[in-house]
Design a protein around this ligand. Structure first.
Ligand code: HEC
Ligand code: HEC
Ligand code: HEC
Ligand code: HEC
Ligand code: HEC
Length: 475
């Protein structure tokens, strides 16, 4: 080609490309409008911020509502769902007695069961024996459609109302929820803007937590919008509903509840993300946290040893954030709410449950292996995790036994301080993976690292007890 015809050729290609891009973007636009029209205008009834009853929304969006209702169904996989009866899931603390031993001195040693579907969240909280110990109104943050109650308690300011619930008893707050007519499990309005149906987060605990995370410099894999907000100079606050992408929100909506937290009477519900989302970052955050009375943060004092213990709670969001799926932009909803066909359209399966019951839609869209092969890979990860977890359970039990004997032999808390500190550390990491509900799947290597360190710290704790005995021989 001559240089002139080459130039013409390039110009033609560029013009064609631009035209194609223009037409594509126009088509996309038209398509998006159509979809929007579908989701915003075809309404049988209007819904608003105070409509917590999902049945009302169900009139507009029957497919999503029908699958949402199915969360009442009992499910069971090797490690997921729940054993026991429809009435009452199995006790975890009976299946793994070392859990009960670790939790002595805390309500979890009385009653701690398998989780089940979203439809049960409120009744299960109302029926647990844990609420026979004093608990705060903060518990409802993750077990009910609670936003209208927050607005009422805060005279219109939900954030204020939220903070107030930590000073009220569980029973008081729960009664108000029922009286106001909002006693529903997590509902449509908790994840969707009633005007546009766009995904959004509503929970104050999450909003404060993710803002803490954004202000820090901790790595945040799979959360590009936080990096962008930081790069733009950290102005004001990071606002998930303004700044986050749709894909991020497909995980953030779950991060409103499936997280580690502090929930009791000494301060408002706290998501501990100010130093990052790794177990070690969270431990450091708690270690630096002081209660309003100036004392060092703890969830409870171990009944036998007296150690100041941190209790980990279902850190699914945090562990997921450390895995290869989060890094690759795979969201909670991709696996737990995969698309399904409904006639000509695709809808998100609102029967949130174990993806292993649904490998075809949950995994095979991305992984070209047979269903059996995918299940076998998951089972291998979970079996290894389960074995390490049991080893950790044995190690922590032996440390607790050594400490208890040493105390009975007259060793002082002071001389045992290094061993008690190691109990706190080991138990934190072990519990982080025990309380997380994927049996290691959400981030296999990270889970194995934590379990390895936990066992090591428990054994170091035993060595520290021996050292204390040598330094201060007693009877
Ligand atoms: C790549 C797919 C994938 C992603 C992404 C993912 N999960 Fe999971 N999740 C799984 C698998 C697999 C299990 C194990 C299920 C089992 O053992 O039956 C699981 C288990 C769970 C369980 C326990 C399920 C049960 O039946 O007991 C919860 C709760 C959970 N995940 C929440 C989350 C949350 C919240 C997120 C996002 C922060 C998330 N998951 C992201 C695949 C995923
Ligand atoms: C308002 C808080 C809240 C939100 C938001 C929430 N969950 Fe849950 N989730 C719970 C509670 C509480 C339970 C346990 C209910 C019980 O055991 O009674 C639960 C249970 C589950 C289970 C176990 C189901 C089973 O059949 O065993 C899975 C899986 C799960 N959630 C995933 C998710 C995913 C994925 C998201 C986001 C799309 C999400 N959750 C959003 C609070 C929440
Ligand atoms: C930050 C959100 C959050 C808060 C606050 C919260 N929960 Fe939950 N709760 C969950 C999630 C998520 C699950 C399901 C995962 C699991 O069981 O590990 C759950 C499960 C449960 C279950 C069923 C399994 C079990 O543990 O026996 C009970 C009962 C329960 N919570 C009671 C409470 C009580 C009582 C409080 C207040 C002290 C409370 N929750 C506060 C999120 C929360
Ligand atoms: C725990 C959060 C959560 C709750 C509760 C929830 N949804 Fe969704 N919903 C989602 C997610 C995630 C998507 C996927 C959105 C996306 O990818 O943009 C979705 C999508 C939708 C869509 C868009 C079309 C589709 O299916 O993808 C509609 C309509 C919808 N939900 C209706 C409802 C209704 C009605 C309820 C109550 C019965 C409800 N949702 C409850 C999280 C939730
Ligand atoms: C939206 C796409 C997507 C979905 C859905 C998805 N994955 Fe993945 N998965 C990936 C990507 C990307 C990787 C990273 C490795 C790669 O690039 O091939 C990965 C890696 C893995 C790995 C190896 C990495 C590890 O964690 O050590 C396993 C095992 C796996 N996926 C299982 C599953 C299972 C089981 C499901 C369904 C519950 C699932 N995936 C759903 C995209 C996906």
């Amino acid at each position: 080609m001559s240089s002139v015809s080459k130039r013409t050729f390039i110009v033609v290609v560029v013009v064609a490309a631009l035209a194609t891009a223009g037409v594509t973007s126009l088509l996309t636009n038209i398509f998006e409008r159509k979809v929007e029209q579908k989701t915003t205008t075809l309404r049988v009834v209007e819904v608003g911020e105070d409509d917590t009853d999902p049945a009302k929304w169900g009139q507009n969006w029957p497919s999503q509502y029908d699958s949402y209702l199915r969360t009442a169904t009992k499910t069971l996989t090797r490690f997921g769902g729940h054993g026991g009866s429809e009435a009452l899931p199995d006790q975890k603390i009976e299946r793994d007695p070392w859990l009960k031993r670790m939790f002595l001195g805390y309500a979890f040693s009385i009653d701690y069961r398998d989780r089940r579907g979203h439809a049960h969240m409120l009744e299960d909280q109302e029926n647990t024996e844990r609420i026979n110990k004093p608990q705060s109104g903060s518990c409802l943050h993750c077990h009910a459609s609670v936003m209208p109650l927050y607005r009422k308690l805060g005279d219109g300011d939900a954030m204020k109302g939220f903070e107030k619930t930590s000073t009220l008893t569980y029973q008081e707050t729960n009664k108000q929820l029922h009286d106001l007519g909002h006693a529903h499990p997590v509902s449509c309005v908790d994840c969707h803007d009633p005007k546009t149906m766009k995904l959004r987060v509503t929970r104050p605990g999450f909003i404060q937590g993710i803002q803490r995370l954004a202000r820090s410099d901790a790595p945040v894999s799979g959360m590009e919008s936080i990096l962008e907000w930081r790069l733009a100079g950290k102005k004001g606050e990071y606002e998930p509903n303004r700044d986050a992408s749709r894909n991020e929100l497909r995980s953030f909506v779950c991060g409103q509840c499936h997280v580690e937290y502090y929930c009791s009477t000494k301060m408002p519900l706290t998501f501990p993300w100010g130093k990052g989302l790794k177990a070690d970052d969270i431990e450091a955050f708690w270690d630096e946290t002081k209660f309003p009375d100036g004392s060092v943060f703890k969830d409870y004092q171990h009944q036998e040893t007296g150690a100041a213990i941190l209790k980990a709670q279902h850190p699914e969001f945090e562990l997921w954030s450390q895995g290869v799926h989060a890094r690759s932009g795979v969201s909670c909803a991709d696996c737990h709410m995969p698309y399904m066909r409904e006639g000509a359209s695709k809808v998100s399966d609102h029967w949130v449950r174990s993806p292993l019951l649904n490998v075809n839609r949950a995994c095979q869209g991305c992984h070209r292996f047979s269903e059996d092969e995918i299940k076998a890979r998951v089972d291998l990860i979970q079996s290894r995790n389960h074995e390490l977890l049991q080893r950790g359970g044995k190690a922590i039990t032996e440390l607790i036994e050594e400490l208890t004997k040493a105390k009975a032999d007259g060793l002082t808390a002071e001389s045992l301080a290094p061993a008690l500190a190691l109990q706190r550390k080991a138990q934190w990491k072990l519990d982080f993976i025990a309380a997380e509900n994927s049996m290691g799947f959400h981030a296999p290597q990270e889970a194995a690292r934590l379990l390895g360190e936990a066992a090591d710290e428990a054994r170091q704790g035993q060595v520290a007890v021996l050292r204390a005995r040598v330094a201060a021989p007693t009877k």
